[in-house]
Design a protein around this ligand. Structure first.
Ligand code: COA
Length: 164
């Protein structure tokens, strides 16, 4: 186990983007793939703030878009590390769209991504210990542990299937 201890608050990232015509489809809504790219960048910054090492995206859990954002809206992405394993970590990213005229915000998606820290040899390397502090940190950590168990099981089943 790593000796360095990091609190979730120190991994927080907030990114704000204006939705421009080049980010939209032909009905003026933002491209889902564009939102996924913004999510990946936001989450990678949180993961690096946590690990202080090179990190790569290993996986992004199922992502659904609950509401559409459109040309002229402001996208607000907030990321934080929820859970750390030995070499991997889960980052949660909440995405909201903000109407710039009214300030009203709508929750459009939440994504959970797994990053792996790499050493100089390009192989997975240890990450620090995550120490949840607030009740919200603890709830997120608990929920992330459950998701992590599911992913580990799904990965093991996938490996087993490939062997057959
Ligand atoms: C991610 C990667 C480094 C994992 O390498 P690996 O040799 O399979 O790693 P391991 O089996 O030793 O697993 C390392 C950790 O990653 C986790 N992990 C690996 N693949 C995972 C996946 N698909 N989903 C969730 N977690 C995963 C493992 O659970 C383990 O976590 P732990 O150390 O915290 O227990 C490797 O698959 C890779 O380089 N993938 C390409 C990454 C990439 O190009 N991303 C896009 C651009 S950034």
């Amino acid at each position: 186990m790593s000796e360095r201890i990091v609190h979730p608050v120190d991994t927080r990232t907030e990114m704000t983007w204006l939705v421009l015509p080049q980010h939209t489809n032909n009905v003026g809504g933002v491209f889902g793939g564009q939102v996924m790219a913004w999510i990946d960048v936001c989450a990678a910054i949180s993961a690096q703030r946590f690990a202080r090492k090179v990190v790569v995206t290993a996986a992004m859990d199922n992502l659904s878009f609950k509401a559409a954002a459109k040309d002229g809206d402001v996208m607000v992405l907030q990321g934080q590390v929820n859970f750390a394993g030995r070499t991997s970590m889960e980052v949660g990213v909440r995405v909201e769209s903000e109407n710039p005229l009214t300030g009203k915000r709508v929750h459009t998606s939440t994504a959970y991504l797994t990053f792996v820290a790499l050493g100089e040899d390009g192989r997975p390397t240890e990450v620090p210990t995550l120490a949840p502090v607030t009740e919200t940190d603890k709830r997120r950590h608990h929920d992330a542990c459950v998701r992590r168990e599911r992913r580990v099981q799904a990965r093991a089943e996938d490996l087993e299937r490939r062997k057959k």
